[in-house]
Design a protein around this ligand. Sequence first.
Ligand SMILES: Cc1cc2nc3c(=O)[nH]c(=O)nc-3n(C[C@H](O)[C@H](O)[C@H](O)COP(=O)(O)OP(=O)(O)OC[C@H]3O[C@@H](n4cnc5c(N)ncnc54)[C@H](O)[C@@H]3O)c2cc1C
Length: 474
Amino acid sequence: MNGSRHLMPARDPAERIKNFEEVALGYTRDIAREEAARCLNCKNAPCMKGCPVGVRIPEFIAKVKADDLDAAAEILHADNNLPAICGRVCPQEKQCEGLCVRAKAGGAIAIGALERFVADFALSKKADASGAAQNSYKIKNDAQNDANVDFSGKKIKVAAIGSGPASLSCAADLARRGVQVTVYEALHKAGGVLVYGIPEFRLPKDIVFKEIEGLKALGVNMVTNVVVGKTLFIDELLEEYDAVFIGSGAGLPMFLGVEGENLCGVYSANEYLTRVNLMGAYKEGAVTPVLRGGKVVVVGAGNVAMDSARTARRLGAEVRLVYRRSRAEMPAREEEILHAEEEGVIFDLLVNPVKILGDENGFVRGLKLIKMRLGEPDASGRRSPVPIEDSEYDIEADEVIVALGTTPNPLIKNSMPSLEVGRKGVISVDGEGRTSIPRLYAGGDAATGAATVILAMGAGKRAAKAILEDLKVR
Ligand SMILES: Cc1cc2nc3c(=O)[nH]c(=O)nc-3n(C[C@H](O)[C@H](O)[C@H](O)COP(=O)(O)OP(=O)(O)OC[C@H]3O[C@@H](n4cnc5c(N)ncnc54)[C@H](O)[C@@H]3O)c2cc1C
């Protein structure tokens, strides 16, 4: 029955750890057609139920099979504002591909790889650097809808805080309806984690910037270097705009809480990756450098830990990843774990740091680890790690990167005390992104805690819909 799933071609590990070039190379047109031909075009489309933004997956794949890539791109862009990004970083195996009926017959259809292929085709078609590719693939339902006024005929203006996928999706859907959107971003470049967190070798920044250019071409105004809650306040935004969307993410890192965490050379993964991705620490003379070479220890085993470990490898380090559970419980995507292993990252499993060791100058020199065993399942359903008595030992480290997850930054809440938040400062919203304050909406990591790009996008889209409904946009 139409053979097995086509593997994603990738760069050779020995070569790729010498640079930051994209690891996954993408399908050729022939491979894409062959992979698309494996799709059974199921009537009930189970794959679509796994897509938080509702991409019409069998339809776009049928067009790839028919080699009608323009039509495939049209269908894809109708529901997904950032398909070239999602095709690269979505955890498809847990979403659309996880529900594919071909999983047991040669492997699930490579929906993510096909999405990437079609989205890259669309981007490359627009030779001009303005990257207005998306503009030519309008949302079908809205194509004739240029509404930009409410029932009173007033021009609608919406502000979005943060420029990650949640705000970008919200902004795109509003702009397509003619709403005037201004995005306020704290950093000097727009894109959120897509730009400062996910490394170039997984998601080339060119692609993110092209997608953002596409949004600008829709009329979205991007204002960078504005920290809402410090340089501009939500109250002020609510005065000037008809509605405000908070898409400020979850950028506050969690730490181990052990002695030695303040030593020089201990970073949160966010800081480490921002230094490298956004501030170019891999270049000579960077103003925010990181260590090159040496011994780097990464604590954690999620995608962020894998990104940190693989980044450190590319900067010439010997990298150990320490994790308190076993391989089976690692939260990172299987592909990321395999890529890290191929690139020579050493996994020290069932161990946990109890102390970070320093030298007389206050620089990190190692870690004290304790061995762990797996006990009964905890609330997360995973077997919980239990320390083994008297099993401590030391390892050397010149740099330690802590990748234990993040929570929303309290700045927004602190500047708006009446805003209701839940556990760990996550902004409370209803199913459509409405907060406790009228005309104030939120979505993405700010309202869920650290999650995924596609969930943030879905939340941005739902909030855009609610804003349009609440403001009675015609
Ligand atoms: C290293 C790393 C790797 C990841 N890999 C994947 C992956 O492979 N696949 C996947 O699906 N997900 C991945 N994720 C998670 C994913 O990136 C996030 O879930 C997603 O980006 C959340 O989108 P968002 O729009 O809610 O927030 P963000 O992308 O975090 O964007 C929020 C933006 O708001 C800005 N901001 C914050 N506070 C303010 C303020 N007060 N004023 C103005 N601006 C503000 C921030 O600077 C930031 O640019 C990864 C995350 C990290 C950190």
